[in-house]
Write a protein that binds this ligand. Structure first.
Ligand SMILES: Nc1nc2c(ncn2[C@@H]2O[C@H](COP(=O)(O)OP(=O)(O)OP(=O)(O)O)[C@@H](O)[C@H]2O)c(=O)[nH]1
Ligand SMILES: [Mg+2]
Ligand SMILES: [Zn+2]
Length: 306
């Protein structure tokens, strides 16, 4: 794609909410504003910028966001947020301590599926005594085909490198799971702690407040993101969610009713498969609770659109 005259093309490597860091081909980074709040910009976006719009060095204004290959998005009743764009995979990082939410992983997996982004689950803090029990609790994800990588960001992050090579990977997860520790050890500098001193002073912890992209080599990048509490899927339809459950797929379209929601309908092939032990009861009940929540929200937020 050619660049519009007078504009420079770059990659968004930092999303600070109001401002963005845009890296130009010569690796110079500009702190950029955007045209307005409605312009959706996120880490991983390719953009066209006007460099130094008001004469200040190393600044820019984002004029255009180039078409995205994919985008990871979350939306709940109160807000929506674009997490990252143009990524090859998402590394969902969980740890035995602080405890993680199974629901969070399941939601994240569905979001990745609907965005066409390959997910990997990384169970971090292998060095902790609670690790084995946590690994066992992830078995139902492995059983349906998701990769679960045991790791210790603290002691040895090297086994992760082959999974990242040649790709752009978003690190996503709840707070305290070890995303930034992973980044720091891969980059071999304390890069992911930059600019978070005020938070650090409050809590003694370096909780991440911005999304940042780091290059590991010329073909490999990782994106650190702030910890999430939950992962709203209000932008998805019931069908998207059912299809986001890989073990449901062989049965979807074979239920008695073509609009079957796989809740309690007669002749439901998904429910029959669960009866026959081919679908895990925990996974089915996660799905049914989620569909119920989505339906309630659609009623309480009538302007809500999938
Ligand atoms: N024991 C142990 N501790 C770890 C490991 N990885 C990370 N930690 C610790 O866990 C705490 C949280 O790690 P962070 O990397 O800041 O977590 P985060 O996921 O970036 O958290 P947010 O930025 O708040 O989302 C830190 O004290 C880390 O040192 C590990 O493999 N083993
Ligand atoms: Mg962090
Ligand atoms: Zn059904």
């Amino acid at each position: 794609m050619s660049t519009t005259k007078g504009l420079t093309r770059g990659l968004v490597t930092g999303d600070f909410g109001r401002d963005f860091l845009v890296e130009l081909p010569d690796r110079v980074a500009l702190t950029c504003s955007r045209k307005g709040k409605k312009q959706d910009v996120t880490c991983g976006d390719y953009v066209e910028v006007t460099p130094n719009p008001d004469g200040r060095e190393k600044t820019g204004r984002i004029e255009t966001v180039l078409p995205r290959r994919n985008v990871l998005f979350r939306k709940d009743a109160w807000r929506e947020k674009t997490l990252a764009a143009n990524i090859d995979q998402a590394l969902i990082i969980v740890a035995p301590k602080p405890s993680f939410s199974d629901m969070f992983i399941s939601l994240c997996l569905i979001a990745c599926d609907s965005a066409g982004i390959a997910p990997i689950i990384m169970l971090n803090k292998k060095d902790l005594p609670e690790f084995d029990a946590a690994l066992l609790s992830l078995k139902h994800f492995q059983d349906v085909g998701y990769a679960v990588l045991p790791m210790s960001a603290k002691f040895d992050i090297e086994p992760l490198r082959p999974h990242l090579a040649g790709k752009t990977t978003l690190l996503v997860g709840q707070s305290g799971m070890g995303k930034s520790r992973t980044v720091n050890n891969l980059v071999m500098r304390d890069v992911a702690k930059e600019g978070e001193l005020s938070e650090a002073l409050d809590s003694g912890k370096h909780t991440t407040t911005y999304t940042r992209l780091y290059h590991l080599d010329k073909d490999t990048a990782i994106i650190d993101s702030p910890g999430l509490q939950s992962f709203g899927l209000f932008h998805l339809s019931d069908d998207d969610i059912a299809y986001g459950m890989p073990e449901f797929r062989p049965y979807i379209g074979t239920c008695k009713f073509s609009n079957c929601g796989h809740i309690n309908e007669p002749g439901c092939a998904v429910l029959a498969a669960a009866e026959a032990g081919k679908i895990n009861a925990t996974r089915l009940s996660f799905y049914q609770v989620l569909i119920e929540q989505q339906r309630e929200l659609r009623i309480s937020h009538p302007d809500w659109k999938a």
